[in-house]
Design a protein around this ligand. Structure first.
Ligand SMILES: Cc1cc2nc3c(=O)[nH]c(=O)nc-3n(C[C@H](O)[C@H](O)[C@H](O)COP(=O)(O)O)c2cc1C
Length: 381
């Protein structure tokens, strides 16, 4: 892949679409049901325009941020994405490595086949996003496992009480557990490059993989029936977050919050940070775009770090979220497409593109550091 031709994050989506089986690309790209939220995540950014300040002397610009005592190079990171190994060879390791090199946050999803211990060896700063089972033993076990592995940051994904309805996946014959029907088999057979470089290579290296980070003791095989309900926990409650808070001494984050009331609940428990998210339009269709609810949530956040994801593709998107009070932003799909297209090199290129966009935006806005990005630069469209 000639990376010089990739000029923005959406170029990675187009390149990945051309090389991945339809079902695999769709697994990443699809939103749920009518995909209203998927579209809304992009559309919401148009509600604000930027007001520049000129002649500000912007020859030195600094986009570093302090998150939980770590100085990161940029105010954006890589969101947790399950199933990455199906999309890119060693997808999670590839993204973890590129994020570590660039010194940006990386969150490993529990829905992964590379042991979190191996990922933390490659990237000691990686955060871990649990699809936490609501049993005390599982909560205790996960806190212990992550502590032993040297993990410092535990994220609990809260917006998957139940699997969502992504009809695009079903139409392409894709679902968990993977059960290749005629459609899917044809799709795979007509994409020999992916079959060889991702599927066969993974099977050769790891055998038929287990989803090893789901539970403290491991997880079901990728093709097992038990995979059906892997991530969804209808019985997960704030009481379980409270127990995790009691047991886990590191940084604790809840991901998937959209309401001020839930932000207040997290704050009362002593959670360190929250990630506002509608899961990239993959869970409840018609859910609000997180950037819209930022002020309401911030009013209830107290001292918590408030981060946001869903639909961020441009430096200006990041600027708008920071100006509305977010402390950091996460980006999902583009980094996985970049891993699929060109491995670590691809992800590094994607990080560089976004960091350069933000740097240029800061210069033209007349701001020299992240603290100078305030609501004064925003005007309602
Ligand atoms: C393929 C894929 C898998 C995902 N898996 C997870 C997951 O395992 N855990 C989680 O908390 N979020 C998961 N998400 C949601 C992302 O963390 C993030 O919220 C979302 O992708 C952000 O939207 P964006 O892709 O538009 O940037 C997944 C998203 C995608 C695209």
């Amino acid at each position: 892949m000639i990376l010089e031709r990739i000029l923005d994050l959406d170029d990675f989506a187009r390149a990945a679409r051309a090389q991945l089986p339809r079902a695999v690309y769709g697994y990443v790209a699809n939103g749920s049901e009518t995909e209203t939220t998927l579209r809304e995540n992009r559309a919401a950014f148009s509600d604000w325009q930027l007001v520049t300040r000129v002649l500000a002397g912007v020859e030195t610009r600094d986009q570093t941020i302090d998150l939980f005592g770590h100085i990161y190079a940029s105010p954006f990171g890589i969101a947790p994405m399950g199933g990455s190994a199906l999309v890119a060879y060693q997808g999670h390791l590839v993204m973890a490595h590129a994020a570590y090199q660039a010194n940006i946050p990386f969150i490993l999803s529990a829905n992964s086949i590379i042991p979190l211990e191996e990922v933390l060896t490659c990237n000691p700063d990686a955060w871990f996003a649990a699809y936490q089972s609501p049993e005390d033993e599982a909560i205790r076990g996960m806190a212990t496992r992550l502590t032993r592995a040297g993990g410092k940051t535990m994220v609990i994904t809260a917006d998957v009480p139940i699997g969502s309805n992504r009809e695009g996946d079903a139409r392409a014959g894709f679902g968990f557990p993977i059960r290749p029907d005629a459609r899917l088999s044809f799709d795979v057979a007509t994409h020999p490059r992916w079959t060889g470089s991702v599927l066969l290579r993974t099977l050769l290296r790891r055998g038929v993989p287990d989803i090893v980070n789901l539970e403290p003791w491991g997880g079901p095989g990728l093709f097992s029936r038990k995979v059906k309900s892997i991530a969804a926990h209808e019985g997960l409650r704030w009481a379980h977050v409270r127990l995790m808070r009691d047991l886990w001494r590191g940084t604790l984050i809840v991901k998937g919050i959209l309401s001020a009331a839930d932000a207040a609940a997290a704050r009362e428990i002593g959670v360190d940070g929250i990630i506002l998210s509608n899961h990239g339009g993959r869970q409840l269709d018609c859910a609000v775009a997180p950037i819209r609810v930022l002020p309401d949530v911030l009013a209830q956040a107290g001292g918590m770090v408030v981060m946001v994801d869903s639909g961020f593709r441009r430096g200006t998107d990041i600027v708008k979220a920071l100006a509305r009070g977010a402390h950091a932003v996460f980006v999902g799909r583009p980094f996985l497409y970049a891993a699929a297209c060109a491995g670590t090199r691809g992800v590094s290129h994607a990080i560089t593109l976004l960091a350069k966009e933000l740097d240029r935006d800061m210069a033209m806005l007349g701001v020299r550091n992240i603290n100078e990005i305030t609501s004064e630069i925003l005007r309602r469209a």
